[in-house]
Design a protein around this ligand. Structure first.
Ligand code: SF4
Length: 219
């Protein structure tokens, strides 16, 4: 199975439960959600005219809509070529769950990697049983019940106090289920959003996800 890769890079996971974990990010091209405040808008469309070769992908160092098709073998070769040592792989986008990620996650696990998927929860989550699934619901989008139940973690972006109402609806689905890790993430380092998140996290004993990489000025 081939996946449209926008970029791959090694860095420190800056969000959610695995904050601080050395990670290899695989960013897939394509997202039908189109959030207003999205910081990866260049991943939305997957146009044929933007397809590049594997060699061009390796050299790509600025964000753009260019993508290259790769299977697991090529992805593993890429990691080896770059001599990356992180053992945590984050599959993100775009919206990675528009693709069936079962084979990719299973094969990466066979090579000793721990997989994490970051998804909006609007698509069916297809991945290995051991994959850590981070659902980041987008207000007023159709977050699937099945995706919420499959998640290990809910990471919710907040700008205004009213945004929390949609989270309450999501959490109703999780009532009486296994313990989930919940974190609130202020959008775009907005001060008002940060205050709202700190207050709500403190009351509920949830985590604050601050997008550490943006403070460290790393990718
Ligand atoms: S779901 Fe994610 S990638 Fe898609 S538009 Fe929203 S923030 Fe951007």
């Amino acid at each position: 199975m081939y996946y449209p890769i926008n970029e791959m890079f090694q860095t420190i996971q800056g969000e959610g439960y695995y904050t601080g974990t050395p990670s290899i990010f695989i960013r897939l091209q394509g997202c039908p959600i189109h959030c207003k405040w999205c910081d990866t808008k260049y991943t939305w469309t997957c146009l044929d005219r933007n397809e590049i070769s594997y060699d061009e992908l390796i050299k790509k160092n600025t964000p753009s809509s260019k993508w290259s098709s790769a299977n697991v073998k090529k992805i593993l070769f890429y990691i080896k070529q770059k001599k990356w040592t992180a053992k945590h792989v984050v599959i993100t986008g775009g919206e990675p769950c528009i693709y069936d990620l079962s084979y990719l996650t299973e094969e990466l696990e066979k090579q000793g990697y721990k997989c994490q998927i970051e998804t909006s929860g609007t698509q069916l989550v297809q991945c290995s049983l051991n994959t850590w699934v981070t659902v980041s619901p987008k207000k007023n989008q159709n977050t699937l019940r099945a995706a919420i139940l499959r998640s290990n973690e809910i990471k919710y972006p907040v700008l205004k106090k009213e945004d929390l109402l949609y989270l309450d609806k999501i959490l109703l689905v999780l009532k009486n289920t296994k313990k989930h890790h919940i974190s609130l993430q202020p959008i775009s380092q907005n001060k008002e959003a940060l205050d709202i998140c700190i207050k709500k996290c403190t009351i509920n004993n949830w985590r604050l996800s601050i997008q550490l990489h943006k403070y460290l000025l790393i990718q």
